[in-house]
Ligand binder design. Structure first.
Ligand code: CP
Ligand code: NVA
Length: 306
């Protein structure tokens, strides 16, 4: 049985296989052919944090695959009152076929997976957001963009996920963060190690212009992630010069695409002008959450007895 918690657990071929499966299922869905790959299966979705896209895409995706999804806010289940994760995992996995969790601590996902008898999916942690990256890469494939990616902004779960995915797939990722807001050191170290094998190029800088120059893809994320609300004023000062605006985009390739996992905060990490100019690819990226995650779920189901 496999879980989907971090790209570090996957080979390049496996990630590409999931993406190909996701594309196939997307084409079938576009032709209104909803094949019941997960007939009668139930996905438990546990959320410690808010969500629009992750909730709607997993719930709709599971329904379209012939199954159903349960939305469980941690505030409303005993987990939120202190029931141990390992007990929650053993109970829930005895009743459902798959679980998706959005949590603060990545270690909570690992603990849940350790005690779960069904596949577990990372629906975002403070460290990583791998299902988002599957949708992002799928969007790059569909847009036919090159794969020199510049991420400008906070060294958060999205930045960590970009270096992690790049280090397995072997593409070039440039991360520009303000001093003191760098990516997670352990994830970065592991990615640098994996990059030696895959041929990935990982550039870490404090200069957004250096990162964006000649890039095929420019991307960013909120400066204030969920759980960091108290740091807002301080971070806004630190991120001066990191807004992806027209001038910054003009340094990228002429036909560069712009991606944003959303929600987007205009006037902070991205200007209204850049956002609206690239709305087509941004909302394709959002839609691809649905398709990419169907690929992940069907793939995990196929590995159940492996
Ligand atoms: N991008 C993303 O995960 O969005 P939600 O927080 O709305 O799920
Ligand atoms: N970095 C953001 C991503 C939201 C989808 C957060 O963790 O809040």
């Amino acid at each position: 049985m496999r879980h989907f918690l971090t790209f570090e657990d996957f080979s390049k071929d496996e990630i590409l296989e999931i993406l190909a499966l996701a594309s196939k299922i997307k084409q079938e869905a576009k032709a209104k052919e909803y094949k019941p790959y997960l007939k009668n299966q139930t996905l438990a979705m546990i959320f410690e944090k808010s969500s629009t896209r992750t909730r709607v895409s997993f719930e709709t995706g599971m329904y379209q695959l012939g199954g159903q999804a349960l939305f469980l806010s941690s505030r409303d289940i005993q987990l939120g009152r202190g029931e141990p994760i390992k007990d929650t995992a053993r109970v829930i996995s005895s009743m459902v076929d798959m679980a998706m969790l959005r949590v603060y601590k990545q270690s909570d996902l690992v603990e849940f997976a350790k005690f779960s008898s069904v596949p577990v999916i990372n629906g975002l942690s403070d460290d990583l957001h791998p299902v988002q990256l599957m949708a992002d890469y799928m969007t790059m494939q569909e847009c036919g963009s090159g794969d020199v990616v510049a991420y400008v902004g906070d060294g958060n779960n999205m930045a960590n996920s970009w270096i992690s995915m790049a280090s397995i797939l072997g593409f070039e990722i440039r991360i520009a963060t303000p001093k003191g807001n760098e990516t997670n050191p352990q994830i970065t170290q592991k990615a640098l190690q994996n990059a030696k094998k895959s041929g990935a190029k990982i550039i870490l800088t404090n200069d957004p212009k250096e990162a964006v120059s000649g890039a095929d893809v420019v991307t960013t994320d909120t400066w204030i992630s969920m759980g960091q609300e108290s740091e807002k004023e301080q971070k806004i000062k630190q991120f001066s010069g990191f807004c992806v605006d027209k001038d910054m985009m003009s340094l990228a390739k002429k036909d560069a695409i712009f991606l944003h996992c959303l929600p987007a905060y205009r006037g902070y990490e991205v200007s209204e002008e850049v956002f609206e100019k690239h709305a087509k690819e941004i909302f394709l990226e959002a839609e691809n959450r649905l398709h990419a995650q169907k690929g992940v779920m069907v793939w995990l189901d196929s590995k159940r007895n492996g």
